[in-house]
Design a protein around this ligand. Sequence first.
Ligand code: XMP
Length: 326
Amino acid sequence: NWTTGNIVEEQVERIRQQVGDARVICGLSGGVDSAVAAALVQRAVGDQLTCVFVDHGLLREGEAEQVERDFVAATGVNLYVANEQERFLSALSGVTDPEQKRKIIGREFIRAFEEAERAIIAEAKASGEQIKFLVQGTLYPDVVESGGGEGAANIKSHHNVGGLPEDLRFELVEPLRTLFKDEVRAVGRQLGLPEEIVGRQPFPGPGLGIRIVGEVTAERLELLRKADAIGRAELTAAGLDNEVWQMPVVLLADVRSVGVQGDGRTYGHPIVLRPVSSEDAMTADWSRLPFDLLARISNRITNEVDGVNRVVLDVTSKPPGTIEWE
Ligand code: XMP
C-alpha cells in the first residue's frame, strides 16, 4: 500500500545501503527538489552529509534565509555557504545579452560549486575521510525525458561527464528518481520542511539575473526583489497560488517612461507581471487574474518601489512568448 511514509522509509533504507559510512555532498539551490533530496539523505545518514549552498545573489527576497536558517532548523543538516554575490555581479557587469547572462551565471555557478567541494574535500581529508557521493534531485520525468530541470543551478549532467578532475568524481545518490513533483512535495512535507520551500513555484536557475532586461546591478536586483515580493505576497493573499503556475516579475531596466507622482514628473522603469497557467511549462496561457488584484499589486509596486512608475501585464501565451523574458 502506497503512502508517503513508505516512500520515506524505503528511500532512507536504500540510501543507507548505497552510502554505507562514506561521506556525501549535496548542492542546495533553494528549490524543492534539492531540498527534499538533501533532507532524505540527512534522515538516512545524518552527519555524513554536507550540503553546499552557493548564494549567487540572484534569489528572491527571503530565499537565502529559507535555506540558511529554516532548512537547517528543520533538518539539522551541515551547511556550507559560499557567499558569492560579488563574484556574480562582477562577472555580469556590462552584460545585457540574455544568452550571455545565462552562460556566465551557469559557468560561475559550477566554478563556485567546485571550489566549495574542494574546500569540503580538504576538510574531510584532514580528518581522514573521503567524500564519495554526490546527491542529485533528479525526478522521474527528468529520467524519462532528460532536458528539463534546474538550469544554471543544474549540475545534473555535469558531474557524470568525463573530463572532470579525479578529485571531483562522485558516485550519484538520486533518491527522487522514481518520484513525480507532487510526490516530492508530499515527501518534503512528511520530512517537516518549511512550506515556503516545499510549495515553491518554479524559479529559473539563473534567477533574477534573467528577469532584469538590461545589465544586472545590485541596485536593480534590490528594486526587483521588492516588486517581486509584493507580487508574490498579494497573489498568496488572494489565494491564487494554486491557480497560477508561476508569476515572473520582470524589470525593464533599459526602458524608461514618463509619469507623474505627487506633484512631480517622474522618469522611471516599468515592471512587467507575467502570471501564467500551465501544466508543464512547455506551453502556457496568461492567467486571467482578477482586476482588483492587479490594481492592488500595481498600486503597491508604484508606491513602495522607488524608481518604478508603471506596472504592465503580459498577455501573451506560450508560444509565441516564453514564460521568462530572457
Ligand atoms: P520558458 O521561459 O522557457 O520557461 O518558457 C519554461 C520554464 O522553465 C523555467 N526556466 C528555467 N528553469 N533554469 C531553470 O531551472 C533555467 O535556466 C530556466 N529558464 C527558464 C521557467 O521559469 C519556466 O518555469
